[in-house]
Design a protein around this ligand. Structure first.
Ligand SMILES: *[C@@H]1O[C@H](CO)[C@@H](O)[C@H](O)[C@H]1NC(C)=O
Ligand SMILES: *[C@@H]1O[C@H](CO)[C@@H](O)[C@H](O)[C@H]1NC(C)=O
Ligand SMILES: *[C@@H]1O[C@H](CO)[C@@H](O)[C@H](O)[C@H]1NC(C)=O
Length: 517
């Protein structure tokens, strides 16, 4: 009908207007907050995007009905072809199929725990239809079977819900057409309810029956005054944001261009507050705990802290871009030593592997250094260039690094718009991602973290979003950040209670999200 035609046209125009507005505000943000090289990068990208938008023709005059009828018809035919295709292929295969969710990490005796199974085809693409033969077994510590249910969401995902009756390690085996899915069997420790630290939000979520669905309120732009006190704010809206901490400023709990973020197994969140030349520490719940750092160019002082990580002893390891070395502080913030001086040109991302080696991304030199904890160089790899084994960029290069559950090194190649994975001694294994705005594409990736199942979470700086991939780099999902958008996210890490924290640099705050649930 006419109404539909005009509505579709209005949507196109609104979409165009939205693109223009978001391009303008993104450019403004980048000019306000970005480093010089970031501004240069944005300049090229934004001028391309803006001229593309300026050159685009918008439908100003009403469309004719005939055209729309035609469109509707092809749409219908295309859809039925698509459906036929799905019906004909039993494309889900076990070793590409993944399990995610809280129920893989925690379980509480007497409470329902749930996980989501996402079936995939041989190319790692999501399968969009249900009814696959999926079977789960949950063995209690004494070997007995535990009650569970498998729910078919009919869209290629399945929910497995189980209720442990005993404390201790449970073994979850999940089979698709008789074959174990990726990572199966999973070991999950069930604890007594009285041993669970009080976190009402967490408990409520864990026991939520899957049939109640994921009811979400409509997005409402939260007024910025909500965040003005610099203290932690709970998220009143049911999206994936749990809380946000900080505003622009120099006081405790305030930030100026924060960059790196890390977490410890003892429940701390550690932030490299770059332009305030300090490090700030918070609890997993976002409560301020500690700040340290004296500005300067001597050992023990900080000039431009960018990357941060916490080692197995709880020591805090800080990449200092302008001092061109990596400083190590005790958990209380007492300076211990520095490493990499004389070798590093511009350290940014930093991580610690299973052997206690310190992995440093040299953003300026376009390479990755691996040091022993005493500072002795183990090896380095990478150089400036666009081959698989190299990192792209003219003035700067790769940004952040994480270590996965196989002790492999995951690096964000900012200017190549990709994520590259290397063995523990620096041999190139594979890469994923390309330039763009689609699923699994990047516009300058920055922060990266890997969860205990090997899923890779990446901050997509230029697209201001967070994407989740499985361990082979297949796109899984986005973290829903729409209600309170990110501006140029940088470092990213996983808390010991399984949430994602991200340095939302352009907004001078950090945010905690739940993901894959
Ligand atoms: C599949 O369906 C479930 C339940 O309706 C929903 O929560 C989930 O987001 C859907 N997933 C995809 C990939 O469409
Ligand atoms: C993201 O969250 C908003 C609520 O803040 C919701 O309206 C929207 O539907 C969510 N998007 C997805 C893809 O779940
Ligand atoms: C990214 O890397 C690939 C090789 O891995 C190369 O072919 C491509 O040209 C690079 N693109 C950019 C923008 O650097």
């Amino acid at each position: 009908s006419d109404l539909q035609v005009l509505q579709a046209q209005l949507d196109t125009l609104r979409q165009g207007q939205e693109n223009i507005l978001s391009s303008c505000s993104f450019t403004e943000q980048a000019l306000d907050h970005g480093s010089e090289t970031e501004v240069l990068l944005v300049k090229k990208q934004m001028s391309e995007r803006l001229s593309e938008l300026a050159g685009r023709e918008f439908p100003e005059r009403p469309h004719e009905n005939a055209q729309v009828d035609y469109v509707v018809e092809t749409e219908g035919v295309r859809k039925s072809i698509l459906n036929l295709g799905v019906l004909l292929t039993t494309s889900a295969i076990a070793h590409k199929t993944v399990a995610t969710g809280e129920g893989l990490r925690h379980a509480v005796v007497g409470q329902a725990a749930s996980l989501t199974i996402t079936t995939k085809d041989k190319d790692g693409e999501l399968v969009r239809s249900g009814s696959a033969c999926l079977r789960a077994e949950v063995a209690a510590p004494d070997g007995t079977a535990t009650d569970h249910e498998v729910l078919d969401n009919k869209n290629g995902t399945y929910e497995v819900v189980y209720t442990p009756r005993h404390e201790g390690d449970h073994l979850l085996s999940i089979h698709l057409y008789g074959q174990p899915i990726r990572g199966s069997p999973f070991r999950v420790k069930a604890v007594k309810a009285s041993d669970v630290p009080p976190s009402p939000d967490d408990v409520k979520r864990r026991v939520k029956s899957p049939s109640s669905g994921h009811i979400r309120q409509k997005a409402v732009r939260r007024p910025s005054s909500m965040y003005s006190s610099g203290k932690k704010k709970e998220n009143p809206i049911e999206d994936e944001l749990i809380f946000r901490v900080g505003t622009r400023g120099r006081e405790k709990g305030e930030f100026t261009n924060l960059q790196g973020i890390s977490t410890s197994s003892s429940g701390r969140i550690v932030v490299a507050d770059s332009n305030n030349q300090c490090v700030q520490i918070f609890s997993n719940e976002g409560q301020f705990r500690l700040r340290f750092g004296v500005r300067g160019r001597s050992p023990g002082q900080l000039q431009r802290p960018t990357g941060v990580t916490v080692d197995l002893n709880g020591d805090i390891i800080i990449a200092d871009y302008d001092n061109r070395w990596v400083s190590i502080f005790s958990p209380e913030g007492k300076f211990k030593t520095k490493i990499g001086a004389g070798r590093l040109m511009g350290p940014k991302g930093v991580a610690v592997d299973r052997n206690g080696h310190i992995i440093v991304v040299d953003n300026k030199a376009c390479c990755v250094f691996i040091f022993q904890s005493n500072g002795k160089l183990v090896t380095k790899f990478g150089s400036r260039g666009t081959s698989e084994r190299q990192f792209a960029g003219t003035l700067d290069g790769p940004h952040f690094v994480a270590v996965n559950n196989k002790n492999e090194i995951v690096v964000t190649d900012f200017h190549n718009h990709s994520v590259k994975v290397y063995s523990a001694d620096g041999e190139f294994l594979f890469k994923f991602g390309s330039h763009g705005e689609g699923n699994g594409q990047f516009n300058a990736p920055t922060g990266v973290a890997v969860d205990s199942n090997g899923n890779i979470i990446v901050a997509d700086w230029g697209n201001s979003r967070i994407q989740v991939f499985d361990s082979s780099g297949s796109f899984l999902s986005y973290i829903n950040t729409t209600a309170d958008p990110l501006y140029g996210p940088q470092g990213l890490a996983l808390t010991s209670d399984g949430h994602v924290v991200v340095a939302d640099s352009g907004n001078h705050c950090f945010k905690a999200y739940r993901y894959l649930q």
